[in-house]
Design a protein around this ligand. Structure first.
Ligand code: ADP
Ligand code: ADP
Length: 229
């Protein structure tokens, strides 16, 4: 599904953020990626959607494409198979909720009729059908994150990658987002989520990959958080 073999990422400034990581994540898994700040979590997950390119090793995506070999102009096509959600939502401020979600389908050339049907379907799934005409600035943080999740899954990707998706949200809202991610996972989507949220990790148990200093130091079926931050 997603596979890394002896992957290293060295940034141009000589920082080595990932040091020879090998890992396999199968279809349908829910995986937390945890570790101290600066340990390499973001870099590790950015390698999975080719936001960063590995310096050496092998990164295979869901379609068994070798991400070190694909050309930059092929990256947008790859992104159809992988949805991404960020801590700060990254919604387009001048587009409505509907337009933010529809845009992800427009850029890959889907038909207007298919777009309308599918956008309403995912907005219903995230509970925001009544907010289609609203702009992001008019929404609460939790609602904005739900829009960003709708956008990430609208093209039915096999994998949803989330970089600290609850990082800007209060505890109740964070749990709502987690329940939504779990529902998406139960429908068959693989979820890889970097997080600092000990309470969530220790309560809603899933596979846990702990990274320290660019290395995987633990990989456990239902692991606990175990860091002090
Ligand atoms: P985490 O997500 O665990 O905080 P990161 O993957 O963001 O860790 O960072 C790992 C290391 O790589 C850190 O030392 C960080 O400063 C460095 N780093 C991250 N991104 C870049 C970049 N674009 N250029 C140079 N160094 C970077
Ligand atoms: P939360 O407690 O989740 O942060 P808020 O108190 O921010 O929620 O928002 C509660 C409701 O008010 C939400 O339905 C949101 O859409 C609406 N809302 C929040 N801010 C604005 C705004 N600036 N304009 C219009 N509606 C807003």
């Amino acid at each position: 599904m997603i596979e890394m073999q002896d992957v290293t990422k060295k940034y141009p400034n000589k920082t080595t953020a990932v040091r020879g990581i090998s890992v396999r994540i199968d279809q349908g898994e829910f995986v937390y990626v945890v570790g101290p700040s600066g340990s390499g979590k973001s870099t590790f997950i950015k390698l999975m959607y080719r936001e960063e390119k590995a310096t050496s090793g092998k990164v295979l995506d869901v379609a068994r494409h070798d991400l070190l070999k694909i050309k930059n102009k092929e990256v947008p096509f790859l992104r159809r198979d992988v949805g991404v959600v960020f801590q700060d939502f990254k919604l387009l401020p001048r587009k409505t909720v509907y337009e933010n979600v529809a845009y992800a389908m427009q850029v890959i050339g889907r038909k207007p009729r298919d777009i309308k049907k599918r956008v309403m379907e995912v907005l219903d799934l995230v509970g925001l059908k009544h907010k289609v005409r609203v702009f992001p600035s008019e929404l609460s943080g939790g609602e904005q994150q739900r829009v960003s999740i709708a956008r990430a899954i609208v093209n039915t990707p096999k994998v949803l990658i989330a970089d600290e998706p609850t990082g800007n949200l209060d505890p109740d809202t964070s749990w709502e987002i987690m329940r939504l991610l779990e529902r998406i996972n139960n429908q068959g989507t693989t979820i890889v989520m970097a997080t600092h949220n000990k309470t969530i990790v220790d309560t809603m148990r899933h596979r846990l990959i702990a990274i320290e200093n660019g290395l995987i130091v633990r990989d456990e079926a239902e692991g606990e958080y175990e860091f002090d931050d």
